[in-house]
Design a binder for this molecule. Sequence first.
Ligand code: BF8
Ligand code: SF4
Length: 655
Amino acid sequence: MSTTLPKSPAKETVSVDPATNEMVVIANNSQMSTVWDRYAAQKPQCKFGMEGICCKICHMGPCRITPKAKLGICGADADTISARNVLREIAAGTAAHSDHGRMLVRALKMVAQGKSKDYKISDPKCLQAAASEFEIETAGRTDLEIANDLADFFMSQFAWSEEPNATLKLAPKKRQELWKKLDIAPSGIDSSVVELMHRTNMGVDHNYHHLIMGGLKCSLADGWVGSTIATTVSDILFGTPKPVRSRVNLGVLAEDKVNIIVHGHEPTLSEMLAVASQDEELLAYARSKGANGINVAGICCTANEVLMRHGLPIVGNFLQQELAIMTGAVEVMIVDVQCVMPSLAHVVKCFHTELVSTSEIAQSMGAEQMTFDAKNGYAQASLLIRKAIDNFERREKSRVHIPNESMEVVAGFSNETIFHMLGGHFRKTFRPLNDAIIDGRIRGVVGIVGCTNPKIQSNSAHVKLAEELIKRNVLVLSTGCSAIACGEAGLLTPEAALAMAGEGLREVCDVVGIPPVLHMGSCVDNSRILMAATNVLLEGGLGEDLSDLPVAGAAPEWMSEKAVAIGHYFVASGLYVVLGHPLYVAGSENVDRLLREEMEDITGGKFEWEPDPVMAADKIMAHIEKKRDALRINVKKERKVLGMKERRELNECKH
Ligand code: BF8
Ligand code: SF4
């Protein structure tokens, strides 16, 4: 490759994951540029961008706020500019998650209309439950009839309406009332995104406080509407995840098999690939070309989707996408939308790997475009697998370098699974979790989510924060690239509880048979974390609103606009959210103070920026203990030792 390389800092330690470091050294020795080289080349990064005080919303600009120019040409100050910039990120993040949701609703509608024989209603119970929740008639109707109405209902949630979005009613009553009172209950996903783009247009909304409140409203359309729809429809079509064992990290690539990587976010095609990779005819075809099988594995959130439902292995998270191709062992990488680096085009030029772009809205450079049509899902998946098999012969064996690392994981913790595992076969309930929180064996629950980012040693903050929290008896829920990082570090196994968790958490994990870090899915599945918090609240004994709970959220290595939207809907839901590095608001003391301090009096939640994962854990623990004190559950009680009968009851659910 002809790219001139900058000096890359500490190539051997870009990550705490040895497989990543090993591949980065290989990349650098072969003069192949990686995300870390390009990050180094970008330094020093623009201070105005970092502080959120540059504006190019109109063409009198671009403007930036400096000591000598405290106002943009139109008169906008640092507060207005940084708040508007945050809002545009929330709009983009909400659009990304929700459009993903819309694709799935389209697939549901297609199935309901009998337009594809390849997909089916895989979880009729989930379909029935969703239909009942949203008052869709189920009695005497077929699954497809119900699915048709449910798809129409979900689609209606995108447009503007007089009423707040109906899915908001999944939230606790008190929270819904607060949203209404604050006038931040969204009434349409698309209209919320449009409203933010309008409000931040030149010469519209200038009050930073009013702007940020508008941002919270749109973010709620992401979490409680678009992402919730995406998760629900995925479960209906592809099955609600159940605990499943698999392996994670670059070492899951197989030297003797055809390796196909699915990378991106939408699970419709990857589901078909998972099924088609078992096809006897295709397996025989692979053998005829000298391969010992077909290995479909994932990167980023598609990986989480196929892991949760099929137990397919994960190659890596966001920062490992280039490295996966550099192993020289990937026949085809299939990409769709979100978090796909344009740099892949350069990497595939150096290898036999074929890059295939499959989304109608996204074309990757250097990729062959094969727009996916779910009506012919299986046929297209088979075609892609044949393409990969044909490419196997072109693999240059002498250039193959697959790191040894791959870690065992147990994933698949939907809310339904947690209900089952905690409650056993006969008592589906969160009660044992609530009891453990109330009696202090578990101090609280924290969702660790989000990306990896070359600004931070990869995986380091995710893993350290998770380890610190489980050591302090906090149950961790994880999604997205954070879950993959935890998997690579060995935190997603029940054994990790025995080795690393504090005494109380260890006891609970041991009895129930769960890891101390529960993999709950992809980033849209942060909606599962919202529902887990709601379920804990509804179970009783821990207050009346989400903001009463001893819970928090964290995104220690985030990078995406989607994470900005997620952070805001967590805060709007009353949760304390610690980000490993700040939003672009340092240039506005007012916006910074609103998000980090004043917000607590408004929604009960707030942001904190804390790069040090141990200090982040300290701050989260202080928040959890503050909530526990307020709930008056921190009174000293005799530690309850489980009797034989209770242990037996709980053991029933180790299935
Ligand atoms: O949506 S955690 S890098 S893969 S944005 Fe992207 Fe971030 Fe990974 Fe999934 Ni989520
Ligand atoms: Fe400058 Fe105002 Fe235009 Fe922004 S909107 S670019 S601050 S003139």
